[in-house]
Design a protein around this ligand. Sequence first.
Ligand code: PA5
Length: 432
Amino acid sequence: MPHVSLDTEFLQPPLSKDFLSESDPELLSAMEAVRMKNGAGSDFLGWLDLPKKMTPQIPVINRAAMKIREESDIVLVLGIGGSYLGAKAALSALGPRLPELSTESPRVIFAGQNLSTSWLKDILSGIKDSRVSLIVISKSGTTTETSVSFRIFREFLVKKYGREEAASRIYAITDAARGALKTEADREGYTKFVIPDDVGGRFSVLTPVGLLPMAVAGIDISEVLAGADDYAARAFSHDFRENPAACYALARYKLYKEACCIEILSVFDPALSSFAGWWQQLFGESEGKDGKSLFPASATFTTDLHSLGQWIQDGPRNIFETFLTIENEEDEIYLPEEKGDLDGLNYLAGKPVSYINKMAFKGTRKAHRDGNVPCMTLSMDRLNPESLGELFYFMEAAVAFSGYMLEVNPFNQPGVESYKKEMFRLLGKPGY
Ligand code: PA5
């Protein structure tokens, strides 16, 4: 059953209904290139089939996750970019809202995505008396941020447990055949999971890259895959009601052609902030090429209405906004009535906080639309593993269609290499 829907009503103007045609030739040819696997970068379309292909691996992933859960108070997940943002999105959406207040065990800490000394020090001192396992994720197996952190945490584990037990607490997710991490994992006997050859980093959330950390956090990965599979079955439909990702891709492409430069993905629950981070990487790294593309920005409301709100309402008019909302909360909190009504809130007494948030969303959309910001709304009926799986696949399909409409290769990232080359040169890496 579909959980994600798209409302384009608030896009007019500049987009009239005719702009969003199910038979738009550019959209249809982009969709066909993805379906026929004959567009640029088509050897990286393995993500299309992941929901079905990963299903047989669910028991193996769950078994490893169970072992990690039993043996650990803390699980370090090391990776950067596509090798951590999907897992982080899922854990923030479906795991404990405030990890620092959570008593759930094990606690997952993401690292390997920066080169901050104080970050590493804080983690090292915070975990020294805990039972620790480590998941290291890198498709290339050579990414500096991840490798540096891994070397430091591996040394910590070896000192704490000895080489053999440390190895039994390390899980490597990497390429099937190549890379330094794969070589080390083979030599030291780490438990290994494979990132398929035809799946790029930012499309890997439905491989062990995303699924193992999710399972460790107690998320039902079979439901995540089921939600994604539900979308996969309709990802090439020309009917926008069945396939809103195609409509979303077309709308953002048309807005770009109408001189919009920035898309803001605005969420109304901090549980979705990390999802917005994953989305930002997916679209930024897939489309930002050859001098083209929208800049993918994100905001968490209502918090950011008190920071970015002014700019969105009244700044340069070259932006559009995609709201991502959750229709129904799992648990409600009702505002209590108070004698005397000193804070003047009794007019809301008895109302759930989710109702107040919903009105904040509707009010914001109306205000931004009145401020000439074209808006569309992606709604999830509920936030659960199935709807999140569907949303992951929705966005992957959308960026593939939208990248092909822009005439870029959405599956490579040549620009990411430039900083690495300069950094390696400065660091004196052999060969640079
Ligand atoms: O989407 C991508 O390909 C990148 O963001 C990579 O995931 C990121 O650079 C990390 O690469 P690796 O997994 O090789 O360490």
